[in-house]
Write a new protein. Structure first.
Length: 556
């Protein structure tokens, strides 16, 4: 229960560095809200949903790719970086979206995909029509094959989405020809960032969108771009098969990539100099250690980079404390702030992940833990990103039929183990049956992925009407986060606590504690309860529960 004034929910005026403690809502455009009745979310749907997000209390939105694309990877295969795919709208609709967001005080971030483009991109089509060694092919990684007839790939690299990282082309004369590199799917050829034309063209792309009034970019595969120039065999034949423990170090995290982020940072600073408001670069940086992570957010590179360790931490107090401690130790020296995430469009939803295994959500354990984790994340110093539907407590949809799966990982591997469709099912907005208000205007219209019947329990109208819902927990936490200086620039100190409890203090006397165990424990400090993720009365913290207190009694 919220027991202290939380203000009117309005945002503070954004000073320089607004991003340092911002809470950004990730909009997976395809699944947010459909305004045309074709079953696919669009930019007009996002614009219609902005008041809902403003009421929730986030600071801005990050839009998944909406550029022209054949949709082999739902927009992460970009055919044109400076336009809108007709399925999502057009540039005029985008401009209206930005204008409405600005009026509501919401920042707008775009997803930029610099590591690879679509095989439909004009550059790649020109490369296919050109001869080996041509300038057109120099924008990509074309290589002759190995073996007597060149019928073996140039090296042993694997793609992140399964299979080899190379595909062979047929030359104009009909003969088998060179191979090209694709670290994801054959429809996503990797760009060659050693060609200066690539960097120059992306400069133009960034300026195109910044001139339309956006506030920054989420950078896809920010540790990618450059490959070892010799393209040698990897010593680990399993490398890059979507395992954090088998990353191909020859294809990722090359030193030259930092020059790109310095270039982009300088470009963003040009716009900041005009009006004093920072343009943000936040990177998807998947690297083995927090120390390497910190190199991407040095003062002249990316402003922030997602810290994924918290997302992958097992539900144990010691694991969460180590993850948080490692991030704080390595990132504090960069001048940036940690960027926390518990979910995104590539991960199993929190409720299902914390339940232990799919199908156990009905026990309630996954929901209790997900609520506690959300309250923990929002109490940490730094920024936070919330994936759409997490504020509704949506579980993963785990029983989509094989024939309806669209994820290229499934098509490439035949395995459902890492398929991402389950977290991308369109949101339920209202009503007792599908499409739950997601799509309208056409009778019988159906979402691009089917919604289960139980989505009715998680619709936004029910969540907003229920004071005990996930939605209200997020809203109350966000109100407190904006009204209490301790949760802004206040420092953080760990408190002594039992083995199953994680507790820390922010600034002057705001305490967050999480009970990772199942048995109730004493509250870590006496004080006034501000907010709890579950029932919490008196000086007791139940199992799988997080709470915030204000106290005058803190011993570090």
């Amino acid at each position: 229960m919220l027991t202290t004034p939380a203000g009117d929910g309005l945002h503070r005026p954004a000073p320089d560095g607004w991003w340092r403690d911002a809470v950004i809502y990730q909009v997976y455009v395809r699944s947010f809200l459909d305004s045309t009745g074709d079953g696919i979310g669009d930019l007009a749907g996002v614009r219609a949903g902005l008041p809902y997000l403003r009421k929730l209390g986030v600071d801005g939105i990050w839009l998944s790719p909406f550029y022209p694309s054949p949709q082999h990877d739902h927009g992460y295969d970009v055919a044109d970086y400076r336009d809108v795919d007709p399925v999502y709208g057009d540039l005029a609709e985008f401009d209206r979206l930005v204008a409405d967001a600005r009026r509501l005080g919401l920042k707008v971030l775009l997803d930029i995909v610099p590591n690879h483009c679509s095989s439909d991109h004009a550059w790649f089509q020109a490369a296919l029509a050109s001869e080996p060694g041509s300038d057109a092919r120099a924008r990509f990684h074309f290589q002759p094959g190995r073996g007597p007839d060149g019928d073996e790939p140039p090296n042993n690299w694997h793609a992140m989405f399964g299979g080899p990282a190379w595909s062979r082309v047929t030359e104009a004369d009909g003969t088998p020809g060179e191979w090209y590199l694709h670290l994801f799917t054959p429809e996503q050829p990797d760009l060659n960032w050693r060609d200066p034309r690539v960097a120059a063209d992306f400069d133009d792309t960034l300026r195109f969108w910044l001139d339309r009034g956006i506030d920054g970019f989420r950078v896809d595969v920010a540790a990618g771009l450059f490959k070892n120039p010799e393209l040698p065999d990897s010593p680990d034949p399993r490398a890059d098969e979507r395992s954090r423990d088998s990353v191909n170090q020859l294809a990722w995290n090359q030193p030259e990539v930092h020059d790109v982020w310095r270039r982009w940072r300088a470009l963003c600073e040009e716009y900041t100099a005009k009006d004093g408001c920072d343009r943000l670069l936040v990177g998807e940086v998947s690297v083995p250690t927090p120390q390497e992570h910190a190199r991407y957010i040095r003062p002249d590179e990316l402003h922030q980079a997602f810290f994924f360790d918290l997302l992958s931490a097992p539900w144990r107090a010691d694991a969460f404390r180590k993850s948080i401690g490692d991030a704080m130790y390595d990132i504090v020296g960069t001048g940036s702030t940690t960027t926390w995430v518990l979910n995104n469009h590539d991960q199993v939803r929190s409720v299902t992940r914390y339940a232990g295994e799919p199908g156990l959500e009905s026990s309630g354990l996954g929901s209790e833990r997900a609520r506690a984790a959300a309250l923990l994340m929002l109490a940490l110093p730094g920024a936070a990103y919330v994936y759409q539907g997490e504020e509704l407590g949506l579980p993963e949809v785990v029983d989509l039929p094989d024939e309806l799966l669209t994820d290229p990982i499934f098509r490439r591997t035949g395995s459902r183990s890492r398929v991402r469709d389950g977290c991308r099912v369109p949101l339920p907005w209202s009503g007792p049956v599908s499409p739950f208000g997601f799509t309208s205007g056409v009778e019988g219209a159906q979402p691009w992925l089917p919604q289960p019947e139980w989505f009715a329990e998680h619709s936004t109208d029910r969540a907003v009407a229920d004071p005990g819902s996930f939605w209200h927990l997020y809203r109350e936490a966000l109100q407190l986060r904006r009204s209490m200086p301790q949760l802004g620039s206040g420092d953080m100190r760990w408190l002594d606590s039992p083995p199953d409890v994680l507790a820390f203090v922010r600034g002057d006397g705001l305490v967050c504690a999480v009970n990772f165990g199942t048995s109730p424990v004493e509250a870590p400090v006496p004080g006034t309860l501000l907010l709890a993720s579950g029932p919490c009365e008196g000086p007791v913290l139940p199992g799988s529960t997080a709470a915030w207190w204000i106290t005058d009694h803190v011993t570090a």
